[in-house]
Design a binder for this molecule. Sequence first.
Ligand code: MG
Length: 333
Amino acid sequence: MINNSIKIYILKRRILLFAAILFVGICFVQAQPVKKHGKLSVNGTALTDEHGDTVVLSGVSYGWHNWWPRFYNKETVKWLVDDWNCTVVRAAMGVEPKKGYLDSPEWSKEKIEAVIEGAIENDIYVIIDWHSHGLQMKGALEFFEEMAKKYGKYPHIIYEIYNEPDHQSWDEVKAYSIEVVSKIREFDPDNIILIGTPHWDQDLHLAADDPLEGFSNLMYTLHFYAATHKQQLRDRGDYAMQKGLAVFVSECAGMSANGNGPIDYDEWNNWIEWMQKNKISWVCWSVADKNETCSMLYESAGSKGGWTENDLKESGIKTRELLRTGKLTRNSE
Ligand code: MG
């Protein structure tokens, strides 16, 4: 009996040790997405890695840098990698408001570059997002030339050249996109570039009928807020993919499109299932502490990460859970 107990004890210890090694191994792999996937490219409608395998990135977007600059640092990136399991973050550089790029270019670049460099150090992908609702061609050409010269050699970098066009036509957005993509391609021949579409990235069908020609590694952005955008927008995404567009959800969340109101769990889950089925990468909005549903943090949240559940609002708790487990549960579950 004693011998059997000792044997069982040793066996249990070995199983525990094996599980611990496996867990550390998984964490190690998860923590190094760029080492694992390397340079990204677009293959048909898929985002693929340097081994030719399809990649799905997931993570969060920082809020407008001009309003929430306190979170733009390397330490929050590290926290979002280690604790939230992000494989991508999005640096949302406000363009038009006060303290935005047009008003304060040097200060703005400092904030954005802290996140870019944090992403490179922590081996994740980073979206350099021109966070504008209006066409600002001159500023965009100057900014993306500088970014492409400086960061184009890093596989970590994804450019998003126009967050959410609002009332411009697709012809106008397309003409702008051709100019900015051409400028980036002078200095960076290959990193992924995300293209926005009219009406806050809802009009993918227009881009699908008349896409940019002659460039490689372009993807088109679809943004959803689940309490507002439903099956009709998923149908547009399906249409765009059927016509050959690669789709990237560079902004999304569970509440309504104004960033407020309750989270619609049924519809958010529908979106998650749709993205999983189509292997679409996604980024949730946003790392900010504004008094609204979509800002994931309370004002108690430290500027350099280290957040407890008490610092996270419902959308922060649920987004973190989704990133860590791949699943979204309701509050009552
Ligand atoms: Mg490059």
